[in-house]
Design a protein around this ligand. Structure first.
Ligand SMILES: *Cc1c(COP(=O)(O)O)cnc(C)c1O
Length: 487
């Protein structure tokens, strides 16, 4: 399990060795047994490793190297927008006036923090083409659910509570049908056509008087722009439904096209994707939701407003609100980072982000196309989907390719998603990578394609260089071993 450079901390423990020195106590020593109930007091001292400061430093540094992060290597995980997280975001989020405010402080004492949130809302209104934004939801999926609850409240307020169907394309992210179900709707799937776009004839068949909403991302999960979006939105509006924009792919269109102009009524954004919040490992994230005017009354409360005097205020007088969706006001620290990013980039910078994200994806798609199947051979947006079916015929699965990439220090692309592509490999380079990095990754992918033909076992048995090789993923998830166990 471990090599010589990565000694496990218990195994290098030496009795009596210490990694710290403390000043002599200058207050009376207390007997814990007198202060605490006896059942809470240890009978014996905890068995902790006894190591020097240098040992502990090397231990944690070694552990940190076992993780792959954007700071340690290329991370082309499609749909996740694993772009670089600029360190200025961290510096700003750590400013005392942001990091040390308390959510229960009186409004008059936190006007600056509230101004930042208000300005972020305003920027996101502009970027999405919506009329108002809430910063409460903690992630994309949470934003989806929040918006669907608002759509439900909207239909009920109009005496149309019978609308119980949410239409979702077969290429959709799994959170879309999941959010629809949790919000109490029934999911109806609409097929993709041979170009990888929503099949508009199939959509015509499934819309009706029971349609509550259509959920869509544009570009879609194949990285392709839904050209018929205006027509689709009209189709839904004609029957009285709402059109929801899954904004996880905003990096492909930001500052170029706005969901609000494409006919969408509401949208979530993933600030931890498009707007450089760090993500992975379960959070914290931020999934603001933007809405057009007729959904504003249903926004989660409190709603942050600017008063006529120019001060900021949390408004709870919202009788039609769906209520709170998150304690306090959302994940403030992530919102500070996103605000910093937007202000650092400016409108021209955000436009350049989109242009480079799309250019990078198209460049890689064309470099890899001769070596892997490309099911939808069209200009892509910020990501593209290859199929490993050619390699599968040689006995090398997409999973094997993903594992082999680890040997070269790359995080693999998203695999087996979207579901409508066999042996899918979904690659999203983002705008933050250099041409040299993109080329080096493509070279490795091409090498792996050749290995699949000439020496498949090297791919099938990968990874060869990591601390652990293939894990039993099912058992790891069902019966995780989270505590150190002495051999
Ligand atoms: C990431 C993602 C989501 C969910 O967002 P989270 O912030 O992970 O909850 C939804 N849709 C798409 C297309 C995504 O890529």
């Amino acid at each position: 399990m471990h090599n010589e450079n990565q000694s496990l901390i218990f195994e290098i423990s030496k009795e009596g060795r210490v990694g710290y020195s403390l000043e002599a106590l200058d207050v009376p020593e207390v007997d814990l047994a007198e202060l605490l109930p006896t059942n809470l007091v240890r009978a014996e001292a905890a068995e902790l490793p006894e190591v020097s400061e240098l040992d502990i430093m090397r231990h944690y540094t070694a552990l940190s190297r076992r993780n792959h992060g954007v700071d340690s290597g290329f991370y082309p995980l499609g749909s996740c927008t694993m772009k670089y997280n600029p360190k200025i975001n961290e510096a700003v989020a750590r400013l005392s006036g942001f990091a040390n405010v308390h959510p229960l402080q009186d409004e008059s004492t936190v006007q600056g923090a509230m101004e930042l949130l208000y300005d972020l809302q305003t920027s996101l209104v502009e970027i999405t083409g919506m009329d108002e934004v809430t910063l409460q939801p903690a992630a994309g999926a949470h934003g989806e659910w929040t918006a669907l609850m608002m759509i439900r409240a909207f239909h009920e307020a109009n005496g149309e509570g019978h609308r119980n169907k949410v239409i979702v394309p077969d290429s959709a992210h799994g959170t879309n049908p999941a959010s629809a179900t949790v919000a109490g709707f029934e999911t109806v799937t609409v097929k993709s056509d041979e170009n990888g776009l929503v099949d508009i004839e199939d959509l015509r068949k499934v819309v009706g008087p029971d349609t509550a909403a259509l959920m869509l991302t544009n570009p879609n999960t194949l990285g392709l722009f839904e050209e018929n979006i205006i027509e689709m939105a009209e189709l839904i509006h004609e029957v009285g439904g709402k059109v929801y924009y899954d904004g996880a792919n905003l990096n492909a269109v930001m500052s170029k096209a706005r969901p609000g102009d494409m006919g969408f009524d509401c949208v979530h954004l993933n600030l931890h994707k498009t707007f450089t919040g760090p993500h992975g490992g379960g959070g914290p994230g931020s999934g603001p939701v933007g809405v057009k005017a007729d959904l504003i009354p249903f926004l989660p409360k409190p709603v942050l407003v600017k008063t006529e005097e120019g001060t900021y205020h949390f408004d709870y007088e919202r009788p039609q609100s769906i209520g709170r969706v998150k304690p306090y006001y959302g994940n403030f620290g992530i919102n500070v980072r996103a605000y910093t990013y937007i202000r650092t980039m400016g409108p021209d910078g955000l436009k350049a982000v989109t242009e480079y994200a799309v250019l990078n994806a198209n460049y890689m798609m064309r470099r890899l196309e001769p070596f892997f199947d490309l099911p939808y051979n069209r200009h892509c947006k910020h990501e593209f989907v290859l199929s490993g079916r050619r390699q599968k015929k040689l006995g090398v699965r997409t999973l094997d390719i993903a594992k082999r990439l680890l040997d070269f220090g790359y995080h693999p692309p998203t695999t087996y998603f979207p579901l409508n592509v066999e042996e899918a490999l979904m690659i999203e380079p983002t705008e933050t990578e250099s041409k040299e990095t993109l080329d080096a990754f493509c070279d490795v992918m091409i090498q792996i394609a050749k290995e699949a033909e000439e020496n498949p076992s090297i791919v099938q048995e990968a990874p060869h260089t990591t601390v652990v090789s293939r894990l039993d993923e099912t058992r790891a998830a069902r019966t995780p071993v989270l505590r150190y166990q002495q051999a």
